[in-house]
Design a protein around this ligand. Sequence first.
Ligand SMILES: NC(=O)c1ccc[n+]([C@@H]2O[C@H](COP(=O)([O-])OP(=O)(O)OC[C@H]3O[C@@H](n4cnc5c(N)ncnc54)[C@H](OP(=O)(O)O)[C@@H]3O)[C@@H](O)[C@H]2O)c1
Length: 250
Amino acid sequence: MKTVLITGASGGFGYEFAKQLEQDGYALLLHGRDAVRLQLTLDALQYPERHSIVLADLSSRKATEDLIASLSNQENLYGLVNNAGFGVWGAFADKEGVAQADVIRVDLLAPVMLAHALLPRLKKQHGFMINVSSLAAETPLPYLATYAAVKAGMTFWSEAVRMENEQDLRVVTLAPGPSPTGFRDVSGAPKGKGSLFSTPALKVVEAGLQTLRMGGGYCVPGIRHRLLWLIQCCTPRVLALTMMAKYLKK
Ligand SMILES: NC(=O)c1ccc[n+]([C@@H]2O[C@H](COP(=O)([O-])OP(=O)(O)OC[C@H]3O[C@@H](n4cnc5c(N)ncnc54)[C@H](OP(=O)(O)O)[C@@H]3O)[C@@H](O)[C@H]2O)c1
């Protein structure tokens, strides 16, 4: 069976990817840190016996390397969903440096390391890679400064890798706006911010997989997120910065 590794499969988008990719007939490697929550994902699937759980804290380079080494016998690896990630909400200077560096490690360094190690096998299989970026990549965001910068890096990297490999690998750069997952609680987001544009995780993942079926590309999922994207594209940066600084301040 064709196998797909989903990072961050213990909740949110990762959980939805697991459900929808299982329906497409894949065997899944469900990655996360929290074994109990990953087991809940596994229990929600129709054929749990087809899938397995892999644990790794992606903020640790050693743990990421160990995860890569543990995948060396996965000859049928067909897909990689770089989904695990989190943000740190608040003024840059007030937030812990370690947490900000971990955002870089989990949201960008680990996907780059995983992709570099797995790409030869994914290309051999004419498989796919989905990189979960964000609309945060489109505008510098005061009070989410590191996260927005890292997601900008993710979008640029993913789009460039997509073009380099378009002959033998389908790549989706998925750029959602706000969605009601664990992300907001983990990042410490104030209640209500961005809820006007909120789109369910199910719809976000459906749109990403639809883009995959069409051969890959940059995907802003759903009408609300596209509206937000349009506003971002039409607003001069200096104005966007001022507006976002006011809006995102707790
Ligand atoms: N929800 C939104 O509004 C939104 C919008 C745009 C983009 N995104 C992006 O969507 C992706 C998925 O987030 P989500 O919204 O589904 O949030 P979520 O429900 O909080 O899920 C995040 C996942 O990432 C994993 N993760 C976090 N830190 C990790 C670490 N150090 N090592 C390994 N795994 C780690 C978590 O695993 P454990 O629970 O096991 O730690 C969890 O499975 C992220 O890349 C996020 O930046 C989210």
